[in-house]
Ligand binder design. Sequence first.
Ligand SMILES: [Zn+2]
Length: 256
Amino acid sequence: MKLFDSHAHIGLIHEDPIEQLIVVQEAKRESVDGILSICNNLRDFFQVYENLKTASHVYYAIGVSPSEVTNPGKEWQNQVEEGARRERVVAIGETGLDYFRKFGDKDSQIELFIAQLEIADRLDLPVVIHNRDAGADVLDILRQKRPRRGAVLHCYSEDWSYAEQALELDLHISFAGNVTYRNARNLHETAKKMPIERMLIESESPFMVPASQRGKRNKPAYLKETALFLAELREMDPEAFCAQIHANSHAFFGIG
Ligand SMILES: [Zn+2]
């Protein structure tokens, strides 16, 4: 069985370089043979990239998340473009909108989001999108500026009717550990109905730990539970399900 974790905040799981290596090696032993490392800020990107140089199964997204909107750094655009040209950097993100935690103001979040959609198009990279309480604006912006290489709505938390609109825009949808929670009916419905070709999975570690590990900090090694839960939900053979999702991830991020 092969799994690809399309969203892990390695730098938030551990700051220590050795611990970070242990996390990605442990994941490998639990069938996670590919991980997309998501940075919390640009400094974190360059640090984790350096720390995990020897881990060839780790890929990277680079971008400025909405949480950094009030202070992305003067040279952020140049840094993103420079970072994005490195080996195994396969996406721009995470970017998007977060109206829940009210980072900065809406206008500056939107400006930062659009600027990164433009960078992604210029560099011909797909986009990893964060949405919290900003669903309508996220879709509006993507309708006007459809990412050329596509985009994934990560840690999907909306319902099926939202997913239908996202699928019309050719978006991918990525499910995290919260889909395994018993009361997540909207997510179960969405995960069941959606075309499997557009589905990705992720740990969103250290957050969104799958049901059986609740109370712990999440890590990529726990991803299998989410995969098996989704396979059962869709009444699919687990091997076949995981093979399809793995292939989707490689195709979407342009790997191998
Ligand atoms: Zn994230």
